[in-house]
Design a protein around this ligand. Structure first.
Ligand code: ZN
Length: 152
């Protein structure tokens, strides 16, 4: 712990991950109004991974907006997305626990859970152990983005 704080650190402007209506489509102007942000900020969000529908004009899904802000909040809270990647020994790649089919079972130690992700290529199961807090975050992220669960 040092007395001097990090002056170069960018202040994160965290937004609610429940502000947008999940089933609503938003135009750029709607998004700017909803979050009271500048056009620049919206551009930054897109660069930072906010998904949009590539239409003319560009549209944003409420569920994507909420998921984006949920991810940012979790990142700020020390939950990088990589936390929810699981190494798959069957195909030697990694899969995200945030999409696809997962199953959750209690681990041997209290408060620890085993999350199994079915490998899309081989059908094998890749396991990852998480604590209850991580599990909560994982489930919240999955809920925030129901679009991820439909494979198409
Ligand atoms: Zn795999």
């Amino acid at each position: 712990m040092t007395a001097t704080s990090t002056p170069g650190k960018k202040r994160r402007n965290l937004q609610s991950d429940r502000k947008a209506r999940v089933h609503q489509l938003y135009s750029s102007d709607d998004v700017i109004k909803l979050y009271e942000i500048s056009r620049n900020t919206l551009t930054n969000w897109i660069a930072d991974g906010l998904s949009f529908i590539d239409a003319e004009p560009r549209l944003f899904r409420g569920s994507d907006l909420n998921a984006f802000h949920g991810r940012r909040r979790d990142k700020a809270a020390g939950y990088p997305l990589g936390q929810f990647l699981v190494n798959c020994f069957a195909c030697k790649r990694s899969h995200s626990l945030l999409d696809g089919e997962i199953s959750i079972s209690p681990g041997r130690t209290g408060g620890i859970f085993r999350v199994s992700r079915t490998c899309p290529d081989t059908g094998a199961r890749a396991n990852r152990y998480v604590c209850s807090k991580e599990l909560e975050t994982l489930q919240r992220l999955r809920e925030a983005n129901p679009g991820l669960q439909t494979p198409d």
